[in-house]
Design a protein around this ligand. Structure first.
Ligand code: SAM
Length: 296
């Protein structure tokens, strides 16, 4: 427990330090090698195009509705928001905030959300038109009674508070490690952090990783969950030269992905862990990564 206190103090100190430095510059457009943009934070454009394609993200199969339904959720490193939006739609969160260090990815996320909202509206309009056509073709009294029922259903769904996706999902540009703190006393029920830990270690070293874990723990309600998909150590090698910082941090890493579970349980303070990897079958090759759920 003393170790956790030490980590928490570290976080508090860092918080003061960063408040002094103010908002970080948009750090993304760096390291242009010829025409190729290097995604130094894993902030790939079109990440989901090659990771997922048009199908449902297989990682959603590893997640249970009760972890999100009616809950306040946070998605650390949301990229272009595909998982954030899919979770909100599939599992009916109360709220979900996606944050990403790259303002372009946050813009992509809002664009993606608009696209989903437009598709939802089109679908609703088409189904209303189909309903009214069907009803017009029915006998008068039957049509009337059905019409009443349709009206009741829609009133009921309104009363049950089915909310617009744009009231549930939001995005923000922020560096979770350095300069993002939620409004005073804001806590989350569920925090997801998928394929981000490698980028944190390459950019902010082992200290950055510990900040990620401590901060996630502190931002959770008691009983809340932290869903973590760490990249395997073998994949760090491929990205170690994205920047000078990454190269230097890579050489000094002492905490390996296989240590994360023990650290989260023994040092950070999570109560228990479940390996939920096997439920997320069907990942594309190169993306078969473990997924763990930790409970505070
Ligand atoms: C490889 S993508 C993973 C996207 C998404 N979580 C998923 O797995 O579907 C990593 C994302 O984390 C973001 N990221 C990296 N470091 C971050 C930080 N310190 N704060 C916020 N976002 C960060 C990157 O910009 C990038 O979009």
């Amino acid at each position: 427990m003393a170790q956790v206190e030490h980590l928490e103090t570290m976080w508090e100190e860092e918080k003061k330090d960063n408040n002094c430095k103010g908002e970080e510059q948009n750090p993304v457009r760096t390291n242009k090698r010829k025409h190729k943009e290097v995604a130094i934070f894993g902030n790939y454009r079109n990440y989901y195009g090659y990771r997922i394609g048009f199908d449902e993200d297989p990682r959603l199969k590893a997640m249970k509705k009760e972890w999100f339904e009616g809950k306040n959720c946070l998605d650390i490193g949301c990229n272009s928001g595909a998982v954030t939006i899919a979770i909100a739609q599939k599992f009916c969160c109360r709220s979900i905030l996606g944050i990403d260090i790259d303002s372009d990815r946050v813009e992509d996320s809002y664009w993606h959300l608009e696209k989903v909202l437009r598709a939802q509206k089109r679908l609703l309009k088409t189904s209303k038109q189909a309903d009214s056509k069907r009803l017009n073709g029915l006998e008068g009294h039957l049509a009337e009674s059905l019409n009443g029922r349709t009206r009741d259903d829609s009133e009921e769904s309104h009363a049950s508070g089915r909310r617009d996706l744009s009231d549930i999902v939001s995005f923000k540009k922020a560096n979770f490690i350095r300069n993002w703190y939620p409004p005073e006393n804001m806590h989350f029920d569920t925090i997801i952090c998928l394929s981000v830990s490698k980028w944190v270690q390459l950019n902010w070293g082992d200290e950055g990783l510990i900040t990620l874990f401590v901060k996630a723990w502190r931002l959770l309600q008691p009983g809340g969950m932290f869903i973590l998909e760490p990249q395997p150590w073998s994949s760090y090698n491929k990205n170690r030269l994205v920047s000078e910082t990454a190269r230097s941090n890579y050489q000094n890493i002492k905490i390996y992905p296989e240590d994360f579970q023990d650290i989260l349980l023994d040092k950070i303070g999570f109560r228990r862990v479940e390996d939920i990897t096997s439920n997320a079958s069907g990942q594309k090759s190169g993306f078969q990564r473990p997924i763990f759920a930790f409970w505070k």
